[in-house]
Write a protein of this length. Structure first.
Length: 133
């Protein structure tokens, strides 16, 4: 599970109006876009794929007696803001199995994720911004 180390991605959900095709017609609709705090637009398909993986995220186990403050620096952090703010932190491999430590603002305790799930979530800034095609 090679990948970016010490990477933090912050993405904000924004609503961009579509221009109405007819004058005096329906008000413009809005499309959802994700962008960085600096205003760079993210690749919506990649962000949607990552977020779909996170929304349905199920732990593959629990590391036992480890507090979130004992985990050290995360290798990858994804922060999303919009209607709500969520943070997911991915840490290094845990134990002999191909599982990785993770922590989320949605859960009180650290948990384990399979290498496959981690690889589906952990993306480089270039991938998220669509510059790695």
């Amino acid at each position: 599970a090679e990948g970016p180390a010490g990477v933090e991605l912050a993405l904000e959900k924004v609503y961009k109006p579509l221009e109405s095709l007819e004058e005096g017609g329906q008000p413009p609709e809005a499309i959802v876009a994700w962008q960085t705090p600096g205003g760079a637009e993210a690749d919506g398909a990649i962000v949607d794929a990552v977020l779909n993986r996170i929304v349905n995220l199920q732990a593959d186990g629990f590391p036992g007696e480890i507090d979130a403050d004992e985990l050290g620096a995360a290798q990858f952090v994804l922060v999303t803001t919009g209607a709500a703010s969520d943070t997911l932190r991915l840490y290094g491999q845990y134990g002999e199995e191909k599982t990785f430590l993770a922590a989320s603002s949605q859960y009180a305790f650290p948990f384990l994720l399979s290498e496959w799930k981690v690889n589906q979530i952990r993306k480089s800034p270039a991938e998220i911004l669509g510059k790695d095609k």
